[in-house]
Design a protein around this ligand. Structure first.
Ligand code: NAD
Length: 376
């Protein structure tokens, strides 16, 4: 009997539904041609949910996600909801509580520049001629974004002071460091841990604990960089990096720096996971209101997010590899959306989704013996 999985699909707002339709094409090919069954349940989240139910995270959505093996997410937010009270807006009222509810402490953001898209990078060709392949592992639910005390106090009628607190425990550092080392062991065996241990107490503990965890992974080369130096070295020599291990704040900054080196955010997927590797998979970009409804947004980040879902939560590496290869081959065939072309020849969101899904189907058919007959 075919193995069954259930995924919750949350397209959200803006370009979310348009690019999610392209991920559906991939899911359809897999359901029809591989010996697995993916049950798909779609739910509202973000602005659309606010409009329909008065909350960005309806109970029905949360209950559906709880019953699934993974969540495929589009994007939320947009100008329509940006004047609402901050705590009920699509991101703060929808996505953030969802991440918190499932205790997604791991954030994985690959920054990959394919060789054939080298012209997209703002870096010189001699630096990126072999492409870029970095993974940023960011601690997602601790550190200065959540540490207490946090607040603002009045000094006098004109002056305030505001404060945030960076806190990390041994346990929090150990668990995210372990994930980074495990990931590196399936890649180039290099972890670079980012901190500010020359100034911050929390970073001194971070460095000590990461060093301690590294003893369990003797094959992995561990280096440490201060955040300010890391920002420079990544630009100078991106190819010397493999896995970056970061706190919440430093990961927020570095993952965006890595993203811009690859040219378009429309190509970059991400995963947020908890300790059971249950996860939420989403494009790194947002709802791109200025692209919405024009059928021009790049669907590749959404499709690669689905590939990550197969890899990490469903543990179906073969399918994940096939989807990634279908994307690469489609790019090699010369197809581009507007954000990744250096000329006027580009195809629509819908066409890119169709091209990638057709390529996937061709590959599955060619590999019939290896893939289709495989009982996943
Ligand atoms: P954005 O990521 O939506 O847009 C930034 C730039 O990237 C824009 O130039 C946009 O055109 C481009 N871009 C994004 N996705 C693209 C794609 N698939 N193809 C081609 N180009 C793409 O960020 P923003 O403008 O800061 O925010 C817009 C809205 O999205 C806001 O309401 C914000 O709150 C929301 N947002 C949501 C998420 C999320 O759902 N996780 C993340 C970030 C921003």
């Amino acid at each position: 009997m075919n193995k069954e999985y259930t995924i919750s699909v949350l397209p959200g707002d803006g370009i979310g539904p348009e690019i999610m339709l392209q991920a559906y094409k991939i899911l359809d090919i897999i359901n029809k041609n591989c010996m697995i069954k993916i049950n798909i349940h779609q739910y509202d989240i973000g602005g659309i949910a606010l409009d329909k139910y008065g909350t960005a995270l309806p109970q029905k959505t949360l209950d559906g996600c709880k019953k699934s093996d993974a969540i495929l997410f589009g994007s939320v937010g947009g100008p329509k909801w940006s004047s609402l009270p901050a705590n009920i807006q699509p991101e703060r009222g929808g996505l953030l509580p969802l991440r918190k509810f499932f205790n997604f402490f791991i954030n994985i953001r690959p920054a990959k520049l394919y060789k054939i898209l080298g012209y997209l990078s703002p870096l010189k060709n001699e630096i990126v001629k072999n492409g870029i392949d970095i993974i940023c592992v960011r601690e997602l639910i601790g550190g200065i974004y959540f540490g207490s005390p946090k607040g603002r106090k009045k000094i006098n009628s004109k002056n305030f002071y505001a404060f945030d607190t960076e806190t990390y425990s041994t346990y929090e550092i150990e668990r995210i460091a372990t994930i980074a080392f495990q990931l590196a062991s399936k890649r180039k065996n290099i972890v670079c841990s980012i901190d500010k241990a020359n100034v911050l107490e929390s970073s001194i503990l971070w460095r000590e604990v990461v060093t301690h965890v590294s003893k369990k992974f003797p094959n992995i080369k561990l280096t440490h960089l201060y955040i300010d130096n890391a920002i420079m070295q990544i630009i100078k020599k991106p190819n010397t990096f493999d896995v970056l291990l970061c706190s919440n704040l430093f990961g927020d900054i570095l993952s965006d720096e890595c993203a811009i080196l690859t040219g378009s955010i429309g190509m970059l997927p991400s995963a947020s996971l908890n300790d059971t590797l249950f996860g939420l998979y989403e494009p790194s970009g947002g709802s791109a209101p200025e692209l919405t409804g024009k059928n021009i947004a790049n669907p590749i980040a959404q499709i690669l997010s689905l590939a990550m879902l197969f890899r990490y939560s469903l543990k179906l590496n073969d399918i994940s590899n096939l989807i990634e290869l279908a994307v690469l081959k489609t790019l090699k065939d010369g197809y581009r959306t507007f954000d990744i072309t250096d000329n006027e020849n580009y195809i629509t969101t819908d066409m890119m989704g169709t091209k990638i899904s057709k390529k996937l189907l061709q590959m599955i058919r060619k590999n019939e013996k290896n893939i289709i007959s495989k009982n996943f």
